[in-house]
Design a protein around this ligand. Structure first.
Ligand code: GRF
Length: 222
């Protein structure tokens, strides 16, 4: 099979709001040979630490803050124009705390990925680690999924799971899930960059085979 990195790296844009540890994991993976190029890091907060991570790696950064726009529609059009300027093939949401509107999602249909700190469809939204503890779940983890205009609901591409232990609390789970995310997200981006993972209108395949209903599954001992 001809792999994509023999041609040119996958152009991506990474959208962040905060720390950017997932961004860092992608930057590090690229340094180690992941055939991708981050064309731009966009943040909706000027003080997001991830912007410093991007700048340290020599990556272009843009800040678009919601309060500078009169409404969500205008904000999303500005974000769309900004993304279009950098011509990413894929948009990677990495802790971006803003729900993209339908027009923006449609503009990049099946080309937007998100990572979420739970085993979706369980626990969409915020405070997933506390929710896992309250529910008494024995398994927890992270999900990489396609983005639709509805929160945390697009096709699941992959999940990395761990066993919740009796002495876990929300902080320990957060640390463990982050650790999973930092392995899972670059791996999935690599599969896309190498064109092994193909996303079409009605199917997602890996090496020509349809994915399981809940995506590729990875077990991790943390
Ligand atoms: C991650 O837990 C991710 O799953 C969620 O937001 C968090 C971002 O963390 N969407 P970081 O900014 O990458 O450190």
């Amino acid at each position: 099979m001809t792999h994509r990195h023999t041609v040119q790296p996958l152009a991506i844009a990474v959208l962040i709001s905060g720390n950017g540890s997932n961004l860092q994991a992608i930057i590090d993976a690229i340094a180690m040979g992941l055939p991708a190029r981050i064309n731009v890091v966009i943040s909706n907060h000027a003080n997001a630490y991830g912007l410093q991570r991007a700048q340290s790696a020599g990556i272009a950064t843009e800040v678009l803050e919601r309060h500078n726009f009169t409404n969500r529609y205008d904000y999303d059009r500005a974000l769309q124009r900004c993304l279009e300027r950098y011509q990413p093939e894929w948009i990677i949401l990495a802790g971006f705390m803003h729900i993209l509107d339908a027009e923006l999602v449609t503009r990049f249909t099946n080309r937007i990925l998100n990572i979420h700190p739970s085993l979706l469809p369980k626990h969409p939204g915020l405070n997933t680690h506390t929710a896992v503890l309250h529910a008494g779940d024995t398994m927890h983890g992270a999900t990489v999924h396609l983005v639709t205009a509805e929160l945390d609901s697009g096709t699941i591409i992959a999940q990395a799971r761990l066993t919740v232990s009796a002495d876990d609390n929300a902080d320990s789970l957060k640390t463990k899930v982050h650790h999973l995310e930092h392995q899972l997200y670059p791996l999935i981006i690599k599969l896309i960059a190498e064109q092994r993972l193909q996303v079409c209108a009605h199917s997602v395949t890996l090496d020509g085979q349809p994915l399981p209903a809940n995506g590729l599954q990875f077990e991790h001992k943390v």
